[in-house]
Design a protein around this ligand. Structure first.
Ligand SMILES: Nc1ncnc2c1ncn2[C@@H]1O[C@H](COP(=O)(O)OP(=O)(O)OP(=O)(O)O)[C@@H](O)[C@H]1O
Ligand SMILES: [Mg+2]
Length: 269
């Protein structure tokens, strides 16, 4: 018997397929929802569980009605599973899912609770990148951003406290995109620079919001998941550094973008 867990999100459909002892992962963009459905329909004798905002839509194209699970329950269970597999023993922590949007959850021994979120997330990376550079391909955005410099776009605390001792770390961003007003008319910004600052804005917002939420729960470990980290070392670096600057620790999980799909799969008997 094949077990299939599906997390159909706002941007990407993530699928985990378990056959005997091995688990394979696969993703489709939501724009290819029908192709994803045919691929799933091609698996005979499969037991399927589905979650995510596009679950009902995707289910309507499947040959047999799948089981369903609440998205946050699925992602929590997937996070626990991946943590255990990676020999990380945290039992109580906060996790932040940076998907199209961002949601933050507190996991305790007994259960989980959504503790916050922000509309700044992976969708913001895509939208602002398109607006500022015209680029719409995720991999291109991420690889170009890695080559950019943020200094002429973002205003740091040390820029404001020029020559004086700032009361908070000078390396913190005082204002994302706030340095643009002092840019000379003839100066050109590269697309790489703009993209690096977009990733900076999203990473710093996600980290700051998560640290504040974690503080309210008395937690200092934050596990970050979601497809926004795929191949995106720059976002990981920004999130890690900002989380640490604010006194907490960031953890990233390999295959973390599949937590929802894994949780859906695990809920099958
Ligand atoms: N191949 C890709 N195409 C588009 N976006 C990608 C791709 N790979 C990574 N991303 C990034 O991942 C984000 C989507 O993350 P994820 O798949 O976790 O969200 P989702 O589950 O679809 O959305 P939500 O959970 O908010 O409904 C995109 O906004 C983008 O920043
Ligand atoms: Mg999602």
């Amino acid at each position: 018997m094949i077990k299939v867990g599906i997390d159909a999100g706002g941007t990407l459909i993530k699928i985990a397929v378990m056959e005997k002892e091995t688990t394979d992962y696969r993703k489709f963009p939501v724009s290819e929802l029908k192709q994803a459905a045919s691929w799933i329909n091609g698996m005979k004798n499969a037991q399927i569980c589905i979650t995510g905002g596009k679950a009902a839509l995707l289910a309507s194209y499947l040959d047999t009605a799948p089981a369903e699970i609440v998205e946050f329950e699925a992602s929590s269970s997937g996070v626990r599973y991946l943590l255990a597999r990676n020999a990380m023993s945290q039992t109580e922590f906060v996790f932040t899912n940076v998907g199209t949007g961002t949601s933050i959850h507190h996991l305790e021994n007994g259960g989980h609770r959504r503790v916050g979120g922000t509309g700044v997330g992976g969708g913001t990376i895509m939208g602002l990148s398109r607006l500022l550079t015209g680029i719409t391909d995720y991999e291109t955005i991420v690889s170009m951003a890695a080559k950019g410099m943020r200094d002429r776009i973002d205003l740091k605390v040390s820029h404001i406290y020029e020559g004086a001792e700032p009361p908070i770390p000078g390396d913190l961003t005082a204002s994302n995109f706030g340095n643009l007003m002092s840019l000379h008319a003839e100066e050109q910004l590269s697309r790489e620079d703009l993209l690096a600052s977009v990733i900076g804005l999203v990473g710093e917002t996600v980290a700051t919001t998560s640290v504040l939420a974690a503080g309210q729960c008395g937690m200092s470990t934050i596990v970050f998941i979601g497809s926004s980290f795929i191949g995106n070392d720059l976002l990981k670096q920004v999130v890690e550094r900002y989380t640490e600057l604010r006194g907490a620790q960031a953890r990233f999980l390999e295959n973390g973008e599949y937590c929802g799909a894994i949780g859906a799969l695990l809920s099958l008997a």
